[in-house]
Design a protein around this ligand. Sequence first.
Ligand SMILES: Cc1ncc(COP(=O)(O)O)c(C=O)c1O
Length: 401
Amino acid sequence: MKPLPDVLKTAIGQRVDLIDTPSLVIDLDAMDRNIQRMADFARKHQVRWRPHAKMHKSAELALQMQRAGAQGVCVQKVSEAEALAAGGVNDIYISNEVVAMPKLQRVARLAALLAARGGRLAIAVDHPEGIERLAETIAQVGTPQPREGHWAAGDSTLIDVFVEIDVGQGRCGVPPGEAAVPLALAVARSRGLRFAGLQAYHGRAQHLAGAAERREAISAVVRAASHTRDLIEATGLPVPLITGSGTGTLVHEAASGVYGELQAGSFLFMDADYARNEREPAQPTFEHALFVKTQVVSVRDTHAVCDAGHKSHAIDSGLPTVALLPPDRSLRYANGGDEHGILHADGPKSRLPALGRMLWLIPGHCDPTVNLHDVMIGVRGGLTMGVVERIIRVDARGALT
Ligand SMILES: Cc1ncc(COP(=O)(O)O)c(C=O)c1O
């Protein structure tokens, strides 16, 4: 692991106003409250939570959530799984399809490594050929060496496999119902693979603006998932778990009695896009905890310019909003290109910020924003008076394979 640059090491203990710009900053108090609320929510509903690490990409944050009760992590990519495993995470689910043989060989090696450490790797499939390829590569790694008695003698299972059903996203997965049954049976017949259940995630439903729309979408999802489960179980094969859900709809999957595990990730930081949607009353209050600190570097009569453009934050789900301003003094952020943001005074009492003023942006979409940064600067005590407590590495930054 590359050592932290000195400038970051010396930042620990400094006041927030001294943090260089543009920087990605975590309000640790807000983040810790989000974790606690999620842990309480999952406990109350008796569901497991396996937060999606595609969002934070950090082993340190994954382990913090495991200490608070999370089951492990989800990732989308093999290289994300490898990066988090290197950082000490032992229970990893690649909630995605992998078909390239060289990648599957990495999956098999990682499965053996985690099993030997007493952990577990899981993966999603949606095609008979994908299952065959996975089984072939798993067979090639052979039986791992038991270490510290973790690996049960005679246990030939190396990887947990979820059959993905497409519950409305229109992406990977087979249609719910009959199509999933032969896949589940093929997994169960394959040496080295264990049929672990169904992957049923509706990504588009997460971002529907209206609370009623989201509720309706997920009631159809739940029906589709439970029908598929019943068809598989009618063959005599148990479906141990149905996993899915995200920050926008977790209330509904948790209450369904059908889902046993929630994969929500964004609740940890909450981006501007989620904040724009109508809140479901039963949803725990998740606060914004991720900010881009920026500085005003140019001022004109009509606008001000700050030093954070879309190389500092993703804009695929909309532009950032400017935090910590009263509504009548709000500033509107407009796209100023790679390195700049343009600020307009929008509220009735708004004034353009002075040259040199520090501002806090709430990114439109946290996942691709985090992927733009090597580190996140963790601040304790708030964004006005707080101090830098720790530097959190984005271990899986750029892990796209
Ligand atoms: C498969 C899967 N599960 C869960 C999530 C988490 O969703 P969110 O970050 O909106 O909570 C995602 C996010 O894209 C996902 O792709």
